[in-house]
Write a protein that binds this ligand. Structure first.
Ligand SMILES: *[C@@H]1O[C@H](CO)[C@@H](O)[C@H](O)[C@H]1NC(C)=O
Length: 224
């Protein structure tokens, strides 16, 4: 490599070796040129190989999409980090009737609230930080054609704390990290909303608007 002369030159207290015969030096140069050519060729072949591997690999794993084999469809696309796919949802609820225009907390109890216009759902202590070790479920029901949730504010610990929606066909959709501005809609007569936080790193949590009515442009299925 050409750097060898530079190393020698840096050793100021030693005499530099006397001029090498020009014949050797040109041989050395052509050897180096061959070396560069081989390294370059290997690099180009490696790039071609890696590109072809990526495009054929994804198809081989999942016939109808480009998702990687280990993609977890139960968490949002931005935050997909192989979350556990089953959360500890409550399974029985007390019916609390209509709560139009009211604000409820997700950890107020295992309540089933009915919505015909809209209501609000918040994390504990909002807008201050929620607590660690939470496992809370609230059910929303409607006589309308579905339910739509607007994320007025959403900041939970990325990857470890999750807000999970489960529709009446038990499909789960989890959200984590910063998702303020997100809207998600379900064509379901009820939706269970579940929040889990782990032992550390709490955030300000969430404030959601819960609206009666399905909005197809925000269908939960299309987010995944
Ligand atoms: C929720 O509560 C309402 C009464 O407020 C009740 O009519 C409805 O059946 C309940 N829905 C579910 C899914 O538990």
């Amino acid at each position: 490599m050409p750097s060898s002369s530079k190393i020698l030159g840096d050793q100021h207290d030693r005499p530099l070796p006397k001029a090498v015969p020009s014949k050797d030096s040109s041989e050395e140069k052509s050897k180096n040129n061959i070396g560069y050519f081989i390294v370059g060729a290997i690099f180009i072949l490696a790039v071609i190989f890696l590109n072809s591997d990526t495009s054929s690999g994804a198809g081989a794993c999942d016939g109808d999409s480009n998702l990687p084999c280990d993609y977890d469809t139960t968490v949002s696309p931005e935050e997909n980090t192989l979350q556990p796919s089953s959360f500890n949802f409550a399974t029985s609820f007390s019916n609390e009737g209509l709560i139009d225009l009211e604000t409820v907390g997700i950890c107020d109890g295992n309540h089933n609230y009915s919505v015909s216009a809209h209501a609000f759902l918040q994390s504990p202590n909002y807008p201050n930080n929620y607590d660690p070790f939470l496992e809370c479920t609230t059910r929303f029901s409607t006589n309308s054609d579905g339910l739509t949730f607007e994320f007025t504010k959403f900041e939970v610990e990325h990857g470890f704390d999750n807000l999970v929606f489960r529709d009446s066909s038990a499909e789960e959709y989890a959200f984590s990290g910063i998702q303020t501005g997100m809207t998600v809609s379900f064509s379901s007569s009820y939706v269970d909303v579940h929040f889990e936080s782990d032992h550390s790193v709490e955030d300000s949590g969430f404030s959601l608007k819960v609206k009666a009515g399905y909005e197809s442009s925000f269908d939960a299925e299309d987010l995944y």
